[in-house]
Design a protein around this ligand. Structure first.
Ligand code: RP5
Length: 166
């Protein structure tokens, strides 16, 4: 799945296609900001060689950020972080049991030295927005778009406050 015709800057990967209903919010956030991305299934447990190859080759292929989502024993984000120098954002995908707490703890409890920026359970939209912010640190135009987005969020929150005060 390609996000646009440009070379992808962000790689979205997940442990199963069943994660896509959660993970597509990351792709949608990237599309809102015009950030080229790719999305694929790269299971840590069921295709470990391919998962390691993806992580090892990501920087060389021009990716700047990896967003990795998985559920249950969610080892994908951490294993990718172990083999790439790129920032990895982990998305705990909620499954049928345990409400995603298992996914969250599997992703967030990384050993010192191997960071994964973990978002909330099911928080793929924030993963996409965080990837935009990482890219925006060296892209003034993208940073301005993020600032405009934040101004819109503020205006929206203030408008809701006016409804409550009425
Ligand atoms: C995890 O197992 C995947 O990330 C997914 O969240 C979960 C279930 O996978 P499927 O059985 O739906 O393929 O590795």
């Amino acid at each position: 799945m390609a996000g646009s015709e440009q070379a992808p800057r962000v790689g979205i990967v997940m442990g199963s296609d069943s994660d896509w209903p959660t993970m597509q919010a990351a792709a949608e956030a990237l599309e809102e900001f015009g950030v080229a991305h790719e999305a694929d299934v790269v299971s840590a447990h069921r295709m470990p060689e391919e998962m390691l190859a993806y992580g090892k080759e990501a920087a060389g292929r021009g990716l700047s950020v990896i967003i990795a989502g998985a559920g249950g024993a969610a080892h994908l984000p951490g294993m990718l972080a172990a083999v790439t120098p790129l920032p990895v954002i982990g998305v705990p995908v909620p499954l049928r049991y345990l409400d995603g707490l298992d996914s969250l703890l599997s992703i967030v409890q990384m050993p010192a030295g191997v960071p994964v920026a973990t978002v909330a359970v099911g928080g793929a939209r924030n993963a996409g927005l965080l990837a935009v912010r990482i890219l925006a640190a060296t892209d003034p135009a993208l940073q301005q778009r993020m600032a405009d987005f934040q101004a819109d969020l503020k205006a929206s929150a203030q408008a809701k406050g006016e409804v409550v005060r009425r």
